[in-house]
Design a protein around this ligand. Structure first.
Ligand SMILES: NC(=O)c1ccc[n+]([C@@H]2O[C@H](COP(=O)([O-])OP(=O)(O)OC[C@H]3O[C@@H](n4cnc5c(N)ncnc54)[C@H](OP(=O)(O)O)[C@@H]3O)[C@@H](O)[C@H]2O)c1
Length: 362
């Protein structure tokens, strides 16, 4: 499949898992990134071709991506990398995928839907853990309760973070939380609501976080009210609430640079052994205006391992021409059961537990 798929940011923590998974699956993507030494070493180790280019000059990016049927962008934070790559892809007629979970990035890509349709280009962001499992669960819940007007999704067990995830979180510290109400994305304070949710092991507290589904689940399901939650230790929820007043300070360039330098020095991401032992759980519930509810849960392997699997398989299908043009979400492209095709993913209905989903507004 040489010259069909370009993996950009292939030597970052997650990009390296994606590149290795692609090779394990019998694919031969071309590897790319902005740092010659890193991409050359990786390409030599894996026996793959490579390209070296930064995202600073649009004409260079367009020329590079134009040689491929699809680009899978693993370079984050995507607030910096997505736009140069998907804009170049739209101009060059190349399909675009990434592993973002950033709401603003997803909204910006959704805004290019018509242009992508007109150019016969597929734009399929968020093909990692954020948002494949939650997006598929949202689509499944919607098929079970088509009259749903409210959707809540939650994650338990995000585990240890990679450097890039930690940097995306640091960028997010200065921005408020987000929910969707009446179809519009609305800023809310960090850890705005707390719910006790049953992921299959008894109720646990979870707080609102700005997960990518606040954007994507709306395009998948059309449900106008969406909240996303994650379980966090009580001390972390308290920190999220107490740091609300200093958010602008945390967002200043010197503080962001210092935090990101500390991440480069201190964070290396989970080891293969840690990933092998890690499990994540996803919970979701829909409700309609009559008070009808339906809930279900997923159990998944480690978030990074699943990201590598879903990203590679999604890119393979896009290159094979199995996905229509325009903006797509994982579930709009592949259906609600897509996530069940990956080893270690299980789904069960949980309507009998939905009464523990009590909402306590802070
Ligand atoms: N959707 C999901 O579930 C999911 C899962 C895992 C990770 N992620 C996201 O994926 C991203 C990468 O995570 P990671 O852990 O792999 O990070 P990482 O180890 O820090 O690697 C980041 C990669 O991005 C490249 N990069 C960063 N900024 C760039 C820029 N402005 N121009 C070109 N290349 C740039 C880096 O290249 P250099 O080394 O040359 O700077 C490196 O290859 C993060 O945003 C993370 O949140 C999402």
């Amino acid at each position: 499949m040489t010259d069909e798929l370009l993996v950009y940011g292939s030597y970052g923590y997650t990009g390296a898992l994606v590149a290795q998974t692609a090779v394990d699956e019998g694919l031969s993507p071309v590897l790319a990134g902005r740092t010659a030494e890193k991409v050359e070493r990786q390409a030599t180790d894996l026996g793959l071709d490579h390209r070296v280019f930064s995202l600073q000059h649009p004409e260079v990016v367009e020329r590079q991506v134009g040689e491929f049927s699809a680009v899978l962008n693993c370079a984050g934070p995507f607030s910096k990398t997505a736009r140069p790559l998907y804009s170049a892809c739209l101009n060059a007629g190349t399909d675009y995928l990434d592993i973002t979970g950033e709401i603003d990035v997803l909204e910006a890509i959704a805004g290019r839907d018509r242009e992508a349709e007109a150019s016969d280009v597929t734009l399929l962001p968020a093909v990692g853990f954020d948002v494949v499992p939650t997006d598929c669960l949202a689509a499944y819940l919607h098929t079970e309760l088509e009259s749903a007007t409210h959707l809540a999704l939650a994650i338990d067990g995000l585990g240890t973070f990679s450097p890039g995830t930690a940097k995306s979180i640091v960028e997010g510290l200065s921005t408020p939380g987000a929910v969707r109400q009446d179809g519009q994305i609305r800023s809310v304070p960090a850890a705005w609501k707390t719910r006790r949710l049953d992921f299959g092991q008894g109720p646990k507290p979870a707080v609102t976080i700005p997960w990518g589904d606040v954007s994507s689940a709306f395009y998948t399901t059309g449900i106008p009210d969406i909240e996303t939650y994650a379980t966090v230790p009580e001390y972390a929820a308290t920190v999220m609430r107490k740091t609300r007043p200093i958010a602008p300070l945390v967002g200043s360039t010197p503080v962001q640079s210092a935090l990101k330098a500390a991440i480069d020095a201190l964070v290396s991401g989970p080891t293969a052994e840690e990933r092998a032992q890690s499990v994540s759980r996803v919970w979701g519930e829909v409700e309609d205006d009559e008070g009808n509810r339906f809930a279900a849960r997923l159990r998944t392997p480690d978030t990074y391992d699943l990201t590598a699997q879903t990203a590679v398989e999604s890119a393979r299908r896009v290159v094979a021409g199995e996905v229509g043009s325009g903006f797509q979400t994982p579930a709009s492209a592949f259906g609600p059961d897509y996530v069940l095709e990956f080893d270690g993913v299980e789904r069960e209905d949980a309507s009998e537990f939905s009464e523990v989903g009590m909402s306590v507004e802070e």
